[in-house]
Ligand binder design. Structure first.
Ligand code: GRF
Length: 194
């Protein structure tokens, strides 16, 4: 079977995860999701995984050895690509070194704008509106030791309207860009690895 063995890391709703699940189901992607892992026990992303019969794991970040447990899980599943999809935890060096060039993240802004510490979730969209930006968007990038600093794989924009609330903008970025470019980025990596 071609394609990559993917692990998806989530902390919340997992709508980006769902876009990957759907793309695998409808054969847009030839990869398979071998595990979904979360640092939040109640993350709906874990439930989405279970509903699709994908092994779902909660690793408790309050217990010792979180990063080692995460890496061990990925290695046990022979994971080839790690996708951070709304994963609100800084990835530690042990993982970055073990999976150099094989970890990607989706960020809801046109990086390098509105990236880095403190820019996550609705805060990104609040800042974009407060700065009077005329466009925003999302970026899929490789993960390196910095926060939102790795090489860009794909980026796409949407307009920001004067009447937008942060929530309006979040929904537009999520539905019109994130769910599409995340799948396209994985497709690109599949093709490069083929
Ligand atoms: C997305 O906006 C993603 O870019 C960001 O967190 C949000 C997660 O949404 N990193 P979901 O959990 O995929 O629905």
């Amino acid at each position: 079977m071609s394609g990559l063995r993917i692990a998806v890391l989530v902390s919340g709703s997992g709508s980006n995860l769902q876009s990957i699940i759907d793309a695998v189901a409808n054969h847009t992607l030839t990869s398979q999701i071998v595990s979904v892992i979360s640092n939040k026990e109640g993350a709906f992303g874990l439930e989405r995984a279970r509903q699709s019969n994908i092994p779902a794991y909660f690793i408790n970040p309050k217990e010792a050895g979180y990063d080692e447990k995460l890496l061990a899980r990925l290695q046990a599943d022979d994971v080839e690509l790690v996708v951070l999809a709304g994963y609100l935890k800084i990835v530690q060096a042990n993982l970055i070194q073990a999976y150099k060039g094989k970890i990607i993240n989706i960020h809801p802004s046109l990086l390098p704008k509105f990236g880095g510490k403190g820019y996550y979730g609705i805060k990104v969209h609040e800042a974009v509106i407060a700065m009077g930006e005329k466009e925003s968007g999302a970026t899929v990038h490789f993960v390196d030791e910095g926060v939102d600093t790795g090489e860009t794989l794909l980026q796409r924009s949407v307009p920001v309207y004067e009447t937008d609330t942060p929530d309006d903008l979040q929904q537009r970025v999520l539905h019109e860009v994130e769910h599409k470019i995340l799948v396209e980025a994985i497709k690109k990596l599949e093709e490069e690895s083929a």
